[in-house]
Design a protein around this ligand. Structure first.
Ligand code: CA
Length: 234
């Protein structure tokens, strides 16, 4: 793919929370690895080239503070969101002082954390200035930043939506079937995911980006076949 999936390292010793985060982020198109303690987290962060690290503070072997301090000491700038306990304001301050980029306080809504992760990915990719860009229907798509901009309006895209748009745009003029989306974007064997998932995701994306859903000019449905890029090619 043109824009590879952002990679997230989840350093969290509560397995249910770690797994829940991995699933929620995975559904949005992130690739996640889990480290169940600080030592493993540091090891993975040093080798993994992650776009974002989610870092719990109270961890076995090494605390989140020790992990972030070690990484920043080695000039490893992996964007990091620390997960702090409710009421522990000094943890938040200390984490940010040691070089964390953002924090969320437990218990948090998964949707909020997913939004914070997306913000970190966008910022990092903006700094790097990479990614594919194109225009359609007055929208400027920047798949590096994961945004669609129309005038002053900035519409954030998920990594999965970015891949869908990249795929449609690359194959403009041709129909992209649901099976092809499942294989190329979801990277699942077709038997494991229902084609309805593709339809639901495309419908949600169109609601976000198209001015008039009755007259779609960016994504066209080709009845019984799949989808086609409907935008002017620039
Ligand atoms: Ca913990």
């Amino acid at each position: 793919m043109t824009s590879s999936s952002p990679r997230v390292l989840i350093v969290e010793d509560e397995p249910v929370l770690a797994q829940g985060l991995a699933e929620a982020l995975g559904f949005q198109g992130y690739e996640c690895d889990i480290a169940p303690d600080g030592r493993d987290g540091l090891h993975k962060a040093r080798r993994g080239h992650y776009d974002v690290m989610l870092l719990d503070i109270m961890l076995p072997h090494l605390s989140g503070f020790e992990v972030i301090e070690a990484l920043r000491g080695e000039d490893n700038k992996t964007p990091t969101i620390i997960l702090t306990a409710k009421g522990a304001e000094e943890d938040r301050v200390r984490g940010l002082e040691l070089g964390a980029d953002d924090y969320v306080t437990k218990p948090f809504a998964i949707a909020e954390l997913v939004a914070r992760v997306a913000a970190q990915v966008r910022r990092a990719r903006m700094d790097r200035g990479d990614g594919e860009t194109f225009e359609a229907d007055g929208l400027h798509f920047d798949l590096g930043r994961l945004t669609a901009t129309r005038g002053d309006e900035v519409i954030p895209l998920t990594p999965r939506e970015g891949e869908i748009l990249a795929h449609l745009h690359q194959k403009r003029g041709n129909v992209v079937t649901r099976d092809e989306f499942l294989l190329e974007v979801w990277e699942y064997p077709t038997a494991n995911v229902q084609t309805r998932t593709v339809d639901n995701t495309l419908a949600a994306l169109r609601r976000k980006i198209e001015r008039d859903p009755a007259a779609p000019v960016i994504v066209e449905t080709v009845r019984g076949k799949g989808y086609r890029w409907g935008g002017e090619t620039t």
